[in-house]
Ligand binder design. Structure first.
Ligand SMILES: Cc1cc2nc3c(=O)[nH]c(=O)nc-3n(C[C@H](O)[C@H](O)[C@H](O)COP(=O)(O)OP(=O)(O)OC[C@H]3O[C@@H](n4cnc5c(N)ncnc54)[C@H](O)[C@@H]3O)c2cc1C
Length: 369
């Protein structure tokens, strides 16, 4: 029998990133994984997400490739977890009804095809074949991104955390350090000894990193995705729909339908700022959705509180051990739903095996030192 001691890893945060990493680490022998969560799993950004898994608007090429590779990993991960995580395959369809945005969409599709992304411009007939009950109005350009999908973040997080020791309602308040390394993670009434501490703490990563004297600047990025009560099946094939801005100057609308028939609706881009958590705003989004999908019928809009995206200052992920505290690992990012499989699997290689994954090279924490 080997006498190699086990590696004790404490993950701070039970969002989609902490959960995915906990899952991949827990598949190895001689690693003990403990997840500390100040609330209950999935209540941070992951619970507010639109959860569209894609590499559509991700520039430059290396960031597109990172997202693309992770997108393709979702199938294997879902198979390994062997439970329903609400994976909805079907692609993303969008269209534009004004000349300039239509030209921009055509250019975008050309760029994405150049990168090998499975997307294409489609005719109005193809749109209607994909979604027969859609009322798109004028269509100057339309596209279909075949590989895109969506997942249920709660179901995924719970499936991953079945494999780890989780302490909910446990707020991390600091770190015990010895010779520049973290030896324990502190909460109000306990200390959890560790060999590696991981910050997968979303927007709170900045203040937690500061407690360990590490700089991890973020921008504030509030967003809203409203819910509805269940309605008839309105999306028959595609997983995600993007509709153009309306005549009143409202932004693009994005929409997906869950297995229970309820909808998730947001506006603007995936990074769009929105703080309006009112019933009025929720009603307005649903009213716009009904213009394109009349079968929504009398479903009711449910406003949701503002969600804050973890958003590093330059918009790109932060991944890796810090130089200031060599056993502190940071996993902070927007698009964490898309990136969760790849980040979980590859951060596990770095933490458990001491690998330096080349794919993470552009995203190291040192860039903020
Ligand atoms: C409105 C909106 C729309 C989005 N749409 C998409 C999308 O379509 N596609 C996509 O890929 N991404 C999207 N995102 C981004 C994505 O949701 C996030 O990148 C992802 O959820 C981040 O996961 P996380 O685990 O890093 O953070 P979180 O989910 O925020 O998890 C961090 C956890 O850490 C816990 N925590 C914090 N401080 C402490 C502490 N001191 N002690 C213990 N626990 C602590 C928190 O309670 C939280 O549960 C969207 C985000 C928002 C807000």
């Amino acid at each position: 029998m080997s006498s190699t001691p086990s590696l004790r890893v404490i993950i701070v945060g039970a969002g989609i990133i902490g959960a995915s990493l906990a899952y991949y680490l827990s598949r190895r022998s001689r690693i003990t994984v403990t997840v500390l969560e100040r609330d209950v799993p999935g209540t941070g950004a992951s619970g507010h997400s639109f959860a569209w898994v894609n590499a559509f608007g991700k520039d430059p090429g290396h960031y597109h490739s990172l997202n693309r590779r992770s997108l393709d990993m979702w199938y294997r991960l879902a198979h390994q977890l062997d439970t329903d995580i609400g994976l909805h395959v079907g692609g993303e369809m969008r269209w534009e009804n004004q000349r300039e945005p239509a030209e921009r969409l055509k250019q975008r599709i050309r760029q994405l095809q150049h990168w090998g992304y499975p997307c294409r411009l489609i005719s109005r007939e193809e749109m209607m074949a994909l979604e027969p009950h859609l009322s798109p109005g004028a269509v100057l350009a339309a596209s279909f991104s075949e590989a895109d999908l969506h997942v249920e973040t709660d179901a995924f997080i719970n499936a991953c955390l079945r494999h780890a020791v989780v302490h909910p309602h446990t707020t991390v308040t600091g770190f015990v350090k010895h010779n520049g390394r973290i030896t324990a993670v502190k909460t109000a009434d306990a200390e959890f000894p560790c060999d590696v501490a991981v910050l997968a703490s979303g927007v709170q990563t900045t203040e937690l990193a500061a407690l360990a004297t590490v700089s991890m600047p973020q921008q504030r990025s509030p967003g809203i995705v409203i819910k509805t009560t269940p309605c008839a099946e309105v999306l028959h094939n595609v997983a995600v729909l993007h509709a153009p801005p309306d005549d009143e100057g409202c932004q693009h609308l994005h929409l997906r339908q869950l297995a229970d028939g309820s909808l998730r609706i947001g506006q603007g881009t995936q990074e769009g700022i929105n703080r309006d958590a009112s019933q009025q705003h929720a009603d307005a989004l649903l009213a716009r959705a009904k213009v394109y999908l009349p079968d929504i019928g009398d479903a009711a809009a449910i406003p949701t509180p503002v969600g804050y995206r973890p958003m590093p200052l330059d918009g790109f992920p932060v991944l890796g051990f810090t130089s200031a505290v060599p056993n502190l690992y940071v996993a902070l990012m927007h698009s964490g739903v898309t990136l969760a499989p790849l980040v979980g699997e590859m951060a596990a290689l770095e933490i458990a095996d001491g690998a330096r994954v080349d794919l993470f090279a552009p995203y190291r924490p040192e860039r903020f030192v």
